[in-house]
Write a protein that binds this ligand. Structure first.
Ligand SMILES: [Zn+2]
Length: 146
């Protein structure tokens, strides 16, 4: 799944960028420079930049068109769906999530870590930078299929 999506992101990145000959400083849409004949070309994204390789184009597309997943936030949301919004302790009523987080921060972090590995394991989220940025698989598929 990860590899298939990566491949399609690359295709998208090739479509969204233009081959560019740096020595002649011109666009070469055919993939070969008409002046010097080189096919070892940079990629240009108009208004963004011109660099070697396709990785940076993929990163640019992901950053501008998708919203990275805030795992902590979505974990909190899932907990809020599972449990009552407030919990009574004695005669007092507390926000359940806040109560849990504040009273057992270690337990909360552990559950969050479990949630993260579950989401990754089930393929609900994907990362292309070893986990520092995560994207929803459904968002990625939508981007690719658009
Ligand atoms: Zn050239």
């Amino acid at each position: 799944m990860q590899n298939e999506i990566k491949k399609q992101l690359e295709e998208l990145a090739y479509k969204r960028s233009i081959p560019f000959c740096y020595s002649d400083y011109m666009e070469c849409p055919s993939g070969r420079c008409l002046k010097c004949g080189s096919d070892d070309l940079m990629r240009l994204v108009p208004g963004v930049g011109c660099e070697w390789g396709i990785e940076w184009v993929i990163q640019h597309i992901l950053e501008t068109e998708l919203e990275a997943v805030d795992l902590e936030e979505s974990f909190e949301e899932s907990i809020r769906e599972l449990y009552p919004e407030t919990t009574k302790v004695g005669w007092m009523e507390f926000d359940t999530v806040k109560l849990m987080k504040e009273n057992d921060p270690v337990g909360w972090r552990c559950a969050l870590a479990d949630y993260e590995s579950e989401e990754l394991g089930e393929g609900n989220i994907l990362s292309f930078d070893n986990g520092s940025t995560n994207y929803r698989t459904s968002d990625l598929l939508e981007l690719i299929e658009a």
